[in-house]
Design a binder for this molecule. Structure first.
Ligand code: CO
Length: 458
């Protein structure tokens, strides 16, 4: 049996280890070698990379994509897209979603990994439809979590619905690295019995379970696994590509990766990693194993957020109470997966419930919108008491929220005006208005300065 690999160093690995601060210039010279390694795909765009390019790196994310494509001619390029939220945190109208997907594919993306935080497929349908229309491959991702309502049967049914929607493959997305080997085995097995499309397992090394989980997933028939080149692997990142390739071959699986090329890639990233440790951007702490997420069943990132919130409110001594409150709030919210933006909503509510001494005394706008149904249908029931406290007599939305949104592209185009040279620029602005405006203004100024300089020189 053959196992294929999605290499994550250009997106998730650097997002998890380096807060997505790796500029294009750092990895450009290794792209052509990466194209020869034999990966199923390079996950290289989307997620936080787009925002980070504009906000911190003074880089046009669209240029980055085109430049990667220029150097990677044969391997599939994958991006991560949060359904109707695209790469941001709110729901966008369908015209923006369609154009964003179309432009991503036009500029080089092959595999569009699409997910929704609540696994509400109405929030991914437009992105999937447009991906297919533009000749891309929609890989639908299941946001993995555990709860009384998240049964194997429910996941298998979700997988079947994804396949029926046109998914070219299905990814099990364990963002928190909390999936254990038996859970992976049972889930992959159930999906393999239900769907025909390939299954890809995405997990993180945070809790140390990753190699066991990946191995059992492969034993159950997973076709693709997500890993990262070893020097950029481990901890909050993915598990190591070379170690999985080595182990799987020893166990009799067919692995189409070229070891010499993997060594070349790893040798390239080694000094880069060392340099990031020296400058402090890479904290060696995040490369270790942290099992707290298993104890509390809370993702590591969310746990550190809770601690930060409590410290800011000089209430770190209430941590135990907050850790007890968090699963209660999550249950009352209908067991949403603890991923962005749900992890923030649940965390803030739990902290507030404890600190104010009165449950649901404060309720954020995001929680109101969630209870109203703007984010989609929760996996379980929201506690009727909470619905009453939050909404009073107001009615909940049961239709797809994006159906209530008017087309917006032309408005964005007008707003950003001459600073946008292309539709891609307008999309950057639509997604991240303030940072994109700053970026595009600066770019225009630099171009004008260059023009003046050229005239003087001539
Ligand atoms: Co991830």
């Amino acid at each position: 049996m053959k196992v294929r690999f999605t290499e994550t160093v250009l997106r998730d690995a650097q997002q998890s280890l380096l807060a997505t601060r790796m500029p294009y210039s750092v990895f450009k010279d290794i792209l052509q070698a990466m194209d020869k390694a034999g990966y199923y795909a390079l996950e290289c765009w989307g997620g936080a990379t787009f925002d980070s390019c504009l906000r911190y790196l003074n880089e046009d994310p669209w240029d980055r994509l085109r430049n990667i494509r220029k150097n990677v001619k044969n391997t599939k390029l994958m991006m991560l897209l949060r359904g109707q939220n695209l790469l941001g945190y709110k729901h966008y109208p369908d015209d923006i979603v369609r154009l964003f997907v179309a432009k991503s594919i036009e500029n080089g993306i092959d595999v569009m990994r699409i997910f929704d935080a609540l696994n509400d497929l109405r929030n991914v349908e437009v992105a999937v439809e447009e991906t297919i229309k533009r000749g891309g491959e929609p890989q639908l991702a299941i946001s993995y979590t555990t709860s009384p309502v998240h049964t194997i049967e429910a996941y298998a049914k979700l997988g079947k619905q994804m396949e029926d929607m046109g998914a070219s493959s299905i990814c099990i997305k364990d963002m928190a690295g909390i999936m254990g080997p038996q859970e992976a085995y049972d889930l992959v097995k159930a999906l393999k019995e239900t769907v025909k499309v390939p299954i890809d397992l995405h997990t993180h090394s945070t809790t140390g379970l990753a190699p066991l989980t990946l191995l059992k997933a492969v034993k159950a028939g997973a076709d693709i696994i997500d890993t990262s080149i070893s020097s950029m692997s481990g901890g909050t990142s993915q598990y190591s590509t070379e170690s999985m390739a080595y182990s799987l071959r020893q166990l009799g699986y067919e692995v189409d990766l070229n070891d010499d090329v993997l060594k070349e890639i790893n040798d390239y990233y080694k000094p880069i990693k060392d340099n990031y440790i020296e400058t402090g951007l890479l904290d060696p702490y995040v490369m270790g194993v942290q099992t707290d997420a298993l104890t509390y069943q809370i993702p590591g990132g969310m746990l550190s957020n809770l601690i930060a919130q409590l410290k800011a409110q000089k209430s770190i001594d209430r941590l135990d109470e907050v850790l007890e409150e968090t699963p209660k709030v999550r249950a009352e919210f209908g067991y949403p997966p603890l991923v962005t933006p749900m992890s923030q909503m649940v965390g803030v509510q739990a902290v507030s419930n404890v600190i104010t001494g009165e449950r649901y005394k404060n309720i954020s706008n995001e929680v109101r919108a969630y209870v109203r149904g703007e984010y989609g249908t929760p996996p379980g029931e929201i506690d009727p008491e909470i619905v009453k406290i939050v909404l009073g007599d107001e009615k909940r939305i049961t239709t797809r929220f994006a159906d209530t949104l008017e087309p917006q592209f032309e408005n964005f185009k007008k707003e950003i005006g001459e600073y946008a040279k292309t539709d891609e620029d307008v999309l950057s602005y639509a997604l991240f208005p303030t940072v994109a405006e700053n970026f595009l203004k600066k770019r225009t100024e630099e171009e004008e300065n260059r023009a003046t300089y050229t005239i003087v020189e001539a």
